[in-house]
Design a protein around this ligand. Structure first.
Ligand code: NAI
Ligand code: A1CAB
Length: 264
């Protein structure tokens, strides 16, 4: 039997998860119910047939997998409302930044299986990197959640302590990669391309570079060595970027983002 899935919080990530699960055939549209307080702002973004509701309690009662995708400051209110109808047979999956497994267990008030999953927005096109941690879950439940996220990208199981780090590297990382690509587009236009062609070249080049690492299992420096012709133009560009603090600024950005989660 297919899982009935409630996605509580139909924002950027919640709708991306719904899109991905349907594209990957993990779910049929009528098995997903997605909630939002103002559902009129949601309908256009979703595949046909997905149920929409502003009633979290009804959505939870009708589902066996509950994905929590509201903003961190909204979770306490949501959990207070749904806790009385949660059962031990359900699986709770939170994608919310900074909310630990023990926070979830405390808010759930019953001893049900709890998962944290940290996907990114590429989940919509089945290309997410999703880090998963869990507590109180059977092997079967772990398999179910792992299979669900495996259909929409790659999955790695991690200790809950690493979830903030996973958030920064894997989820915020999409935005960081986009900035890198955008800067390339800006430079590409300055050296002669129209914006559309620069966009294609920059995006496909980054995709190819990532695929080299994933398929070859190599380290970036090994792949860089293959590009940097001695006395050539690549090394001149790379060294200029490093003189300007390229790696340093990325590392500092990632650490600033990580510290922000701990502060909240
Ligand atoms: N956007 C991303 O790339 C990622 C986001 N996250 C986490 O996922 C969560 C959602 O993030 P976004 O989708 O970016 O935020 P968002 O603001 O786009 O989505 C949150 C949604 O929850 C809805 N909502 C608020 N209160 C509600 C309630 N009581 N019942 C039902 N729906 C309610 C809001 O209307 C909004 O549509 C956050 O906790 C964030 O930290 C995690 C990984 C990646
Ligand atoms: O910016 C945020 O707080 C969330 C967490 C990861 C991606 N977006």
């Amino acid at each position: 039997m297919n899982s009935k899935i409630a996605i509580i919080g139909g924002g950027n990530l919640g709708t991306a998860i719904a899109q991905g699960l349907i594209k990957s055939d993990f779910s049929i549209p009528s098995d997903i119910i997605i909630t939002k307080r103002n559902i009129s702002s949601l309908k256009g973004e979703l595949p046909a047939g997905v149920k929409v509701s502003d009633d979290n309690v009804k959505a939870v009662v009708a589902s066996n997998i509950i994905i929590l995708a509201v903003k961190p400051f909204q979770i306490a209110g949501v959990m207070e409302a749904i806790a009385p109808v949660l059962t031990k047979k359900q699986v709770l999956v939170s994608v919310i930044t900074g909310v630990t497994l023990s926070d979830l267990k405390e808010m759930a008030k019953i001893d049900l299986p709890v998962f944290r999953a940290m996907p990114n927005t590429a989940v919509a096109i089945e290309q997410s990197m999703t880090c998963v941690s869990s507590d109180n879950a059977s092997d079967k439940q772990v398999q179910l959640v792992t299979r669900m996220f495996s259909t929409v990208g790659k999955v790695v199981t991690i200790d809950d302590k690493l979830m903030d780090a996973a958030t920064v590297l894997g989820a915020c990382g999409t935005a960081y990669a986009m900035r890198y690509i955008r800067a390339n587009i800006q430079a590409g236009i300055e050296i002669g391309f129209d914006a559309k062609t620069a966009n294609l070249i920059a995006a496909q080049t980054v995709k190819g570079a990532a695929e080299l690492l994933l398929k070859n299992g190599s380290h970036p420096e090994q792949e860089i060595d293959k590009v940097t012709t001695p006395k050539g133009c690549t090394i001149v560009g790379l060294n200029e970027m490093e003189h300007r603090g390229f790696s340093s600024s990325l590392i500092r950005g990632v650490i600033a983002s990580y510290k922000k989660i701990a502060k909240d």
